[in-house]
Design a protein around this ligand. Structure first.
Ligand code: FAS
Ligand code: PHB
Length: 389
């Protein structure tokens, strides 16, 4: 087999990159380890930056998103004493969009099927060969058959546990990591959301988040120890704990019901540098992980895709590799700012075991400052709705 770009990973990064490249006449083949059903069964991000919405429009996959997505003008940060409204639209003239990552992935798969792009599921033993040469190739086992795909470039869109990052030698890579001593226990319930906008709650029992997917599908999270397991929590125990952490006025509007999904996501901050090595380019979770507190994970994958598709199209269609050579630096400049924001939101809103008496005072002072300072709220809003590409 031969193509312009082999894309490893059929999650949002790989699918969006492939769709944008195909629209510019660049051929791709996507190699995905899992089945399509498994990829689409994963419940993950829920909030899109408007830059991501614009990129999905450029990819021609925004029709259902415009119809079913819910634009949000703001969100709330709350503790026992107050609910602070962050008015994205009033402060920045921009808004966010509530539309689940699962739906984005479904829309991208449908578009890629219409495009006729080869998406090979169930591939095993993917190996990236000669990425430093001008003729890299990828080998894998496809339906039990050893397979080779010759290409011009390789995009590593295979997430945190993929092979792409590890293809770059450890002597070349520098990794930066902070692992948080807690996770998020999340549930999905077919109930109306407790509030019309998201509520990020801090309490002395830990963090909680009230989110949603649509007017009859709600997403809730509570901070739990890393040692916890979803099966340790009955629905009733989850709802009771969530109520202890939510602001009183929202408890009154909370509608509980059976969970249709329950899972725990660990929290970590992680970046690998550089994001390219020869003709291999890392995208999305393959290169970086953010704690979901800032709703940045999927959105950072989108800005990586924006920078890389520009570089690949210029190199393949116009013979100019300037933007491709700058990809890693351009992507990392935006990634580190989102990394900082996600770390700050996580530190501000979570309870850390063994912390001294000073830490809760810092959290309270931060929330008090936000409550009283429009410029502090504007800074948070600018980061939350997404810094410019
Ligand atoms: P993905 O991990 O989504 O996709 C990588 C794909 O590569 C997968 O389909 C995988 O099967 C495939 N793959 C891996 N190794 C391979 C190999 N060797 N060969 C072929 N294919 C291979 N972000 C938010 O903004 N908000 C959230 O609430 C949120 N919650 C999350 C919860 C969890 C449990 C996780 C893991 C992440 C969460 N994220 C959240 C972040 C998430 O949305 C990611 O940012 C997003 O999935 C990134 O997309 P990709 O880069 O495509 O990586
Ligand atoms: C979600 O709805 O899954 C969600 C929303 C905002 C976040 C994290 C997760 O910051």
């Amino acid at each position: 087999m031969k193509t312009d770009v082999v894309i490893i990973g059929g999650g949002p990064s790989g699918l969006l990159l492939s769709q944008l490249l195909n629209k510019a006449g660049v051929e791709t083949i996507i190699l995905e380890r899992s089945s399509r059903e498994h990829v689409l069964s994963r419940i993950r991000a829920g909030v899109l930056e408007w830059g991501t919405v614009d990129l999905l429009q450029e990819a021609g996959v925004d029709e259902r998103l415009r119809r079913e997505g819910i634009p949000h003008d703001g969100c709330y940060l709350a503790d026992e004493d107050q609910m602070i409204h962050i008015d994205f639209h009033g402060l920045t003239n921009k808004r966010s969009m509530v539309y689940g990552q699962t739906e984005v992935t479904k829309d991208l798969y449908a578009a890629q099927d219409r495009q006729g792009t080869p998406i090979l599921h169930g591939v095993e033993d993917v190996v990236i060969n000669d990425p430093k040469s001008d003729a890299p190739y990828v080998t894998c086992i496809l339906d039990g058959t050893p397979t080779r795909i010759d290409c011009r470039y390789v995009a590593g869109c295979d997430g945190f546990h993929g092979v792409s990052r590890k293809t770059i030698p450890e002597t070349v890579r520098e990794e930066f990591e902070r692992v948080y001593p807690f996770g998020w226990l999340g549930i999905l319930s077919e109930t109306p959301p407790a509030n019309d906008e998201l509520i990020y709650c801090h309490s002395d029992r830990g963090f909680a988040l009230c989110s949603m997917r649509n007017e009859n599908l709600s997403r809730y999270y509570i901070q739990v120890p890393l040692t916890d397991k979803p099966e340790n929590w009955s629905d009733d125990e989850f709802w009771a704990e969530l109520k202890r952490r939510m602001p009183a006025q929202s408890v009154e509007t909370l509608v509980t019901g059976p969970s249709i999904e329950k899972s725990i996501a660990p929290l970590r901050s992680f970046v690998t540098e550089p994001m390219s090595w020869g003709r291999l380019f890392l995208v999305g979770d393959a290169a970086h992980i953010v704690p979901p507190t800032g709703a940045k994970g999927l959105n950072l994958a989108a800005s990586d895709v924006f920078y890389l598709k520009e570089g690949l199209i210029d190199a393949i269609v116009n013979g100019d590799s300037t933007k491709l050579d700058a990809y890693s630096d351009r992507a990392l400049a935006r990634i580190w700012k989102a990394m900082r924001f996600s770390w700050e939101m996580t530190t501000m809103l979570h309870q850390f075991d063994g912390e001294d008496s000073f830490a809760p005072q810092m959290r309270k002072a931060t929330l008090d400052h936000l409550a009283r300072s429009e410029s502090a709220r504007r800074d948070l809003a600018e980061n939350y709705i997404g810094l410019p590409y």
